[in-house]
Design a protein around this ligand. Structure first.
Ligand code: HEM
Length: 148
C-alpha cells in the first residue's frame, strides 16, 4: 500500500515536471519574438517565472523524493540493476536540463535574449528523448544486473 501510494505520488509529480519541461522552451521561443520592455515581454516573464518556480521545481523535488523512496522501499539496488542505473543517469541529465532552463528564465527576466529560437527548438527535443528512454528503462527493465 505504501509502495503503491508512493508510485502514485511519483507519477503525478513526474507528469507535472515533464509538462513544464516540455512547455517552458515554447515560452522562450515566443518570448524571443517580442520586443524588450513591452507588455507581452512582461507577461512572458511572469509565465516563465511562475511555471518554473511554482510548478516545475517543486514537481522535480517530489519526483526525486518519491523516486528515491521507491528505490528504498522497493528493494531496488542502484548499484546492481542496470535499468535503474540507466534510469538514474537519464534522470540526472533531465535535472541538468531543468537547471539550464532556470538560468534562461533568469536571463529572460533580466531582459536578455539568450541563444536563438532555433537553439530552443532543438533543446526542446532533449526532454522528449530522455523521457522516452526513461519510460523504456522503467517498463522493460532491460539488461539484467551488473553482477549477481
Ligand atoms: C527523479 C528521479 C527518479 C527516480 C529516483 C525514479 C525512480 C523510480 C523507481 C525506483 C520506480 C519503481 C519501479 C518499479 O517499481 O518497478 C519508478 C517508477 C516509475 N517512474 Fe521513476 N524515477 C525518477 C524520475 C522519473 C521520471 C522523470 C519519469 C518519467 C519521465 C519516471 C517515470 C516512471 C514511471 C512511468 C514509473 C512506473 C513504472 C511501473 O510501475 O512499471 N520516473 N521510478
Amino acid at each position: 500500500m505504501l509502495y503503491l501510494s508512493l508510485k502514485v505520488l511519483h507519477l503525478l509529480a513526474v507528469i507535472s515536471w515533464m509538462a513544464g519541461l516540455l512547455y517552458l522552451p515554447r515560452l522562450f521561443i515566443y518570448h524571443h519574438s517580442v520586443s524588450v520592455g513591452g507588455e507581452a515581454s512582461d507577461t512572458f516573464k511572469v509565465m516563465e517565472y511562475r511555471l518554473s518556480r511554482y510548478i516545475m521545481s517543486p514537481a522535480m523535488m517530489v519526483s526525486w523524493a518519491a523516486g528515491l523512496s521507491l528505490i528504498y522501499f522497493g528493494g531496488h539496488n542502484p548499484f546492481q540493476d542496470i535499468w535503474l542505473i540507466l534510469k538514474l543517469l537519464t534522470v540526472a541529465t533531465m535535472t541538468w536540463v531543468h537547471i539550464v532552463y532556470l538560468r534562461y528564465v533568469k536571463q529572460f527576466g533580466d531582459d536578455l535574449r539568450p541563444k536563438t529560437t532555433r537553439y530552443f527548438r532543438v533543446l526542446n527535443e532533449a526532454p522528449t528523448l530522455l523521457m522516452i528512454g526513461i519510460i523504456i528503462f522503467v517498463v522493460f527493465k532491460p539488461f539484467g544486473v551488473l553482477y549477481s
